[in-house]
Design a protein around this ligand. Sequence first.
Ligand SMILES: Nc1nc2c(c(=O)[nH]1)N=C([C@H](O)[C@H](O)COP(=O)(O)OP(=O)(O)OP(=O)(O)O)CN2
Ligand SMILES: [Zn+2]
Length: 148
Amino acid sequence: MLITRRLEFDAGHRIPDHRSQCRHLHGHRYVLEITLAGDIISKDGDPANGMVMDFSDVKALAKAHVVDVWDHAFLVYAGDKAVVEFLQTLPDHKTVVLDCIPTAENLSETAFRILDAVYQDSYGNHLRLQQVRLYETPNCWADAVRRD
Ligand SMILES: Nc1nc2c(c(=O)[nH]1)N=C([C@H](O)[C@H](O)COP(=O)(O)OP(=O)(O)OP(=O)(O)O)CN2
Ligand SMILES: [Zn+2]
């Protein structure tokens, strides 16, 4: 069984080598769709009875580890020195420095890597992260998909 939880956040970014508009500092209302695979829990009296995982638990973990960390932050590539150094001059600015350029592809892979370690099979129901879909705009998204 697959279940998906959708969350949204706002963040700034730029793609430093982009040939057009995206090399400028700008932001998006990002949408994250987290898909988990697992067996439906069948245990009378268990609060998760009938579920793969309670959607509220999916949300709480995603917020704690990705969404609240990236929300209203500027997501910047460590190699984008001009912007990293500029953001450092802003007192208390919320900046997330990444080891990759913040494209939709890289952000979905980064979120997958973080969240893969977070969703543990705590019910013995083979729970695991299956896919992270990240919408950069309503028309553009990238899917990081489990390969093993
Ligand atoms: N493969 C990728 N291509 C682009 C990315 C990306 O992350 N991966 N990102 C951008 C820009 O950051 C921008 O977010 C996308 O701009 P655009 O293509 O203009 O998308 P819109 O939805 O705003 O365009 P509409 O034409 O209004 O639908 C660029 N490319
Ligand atoms: Zn963009």
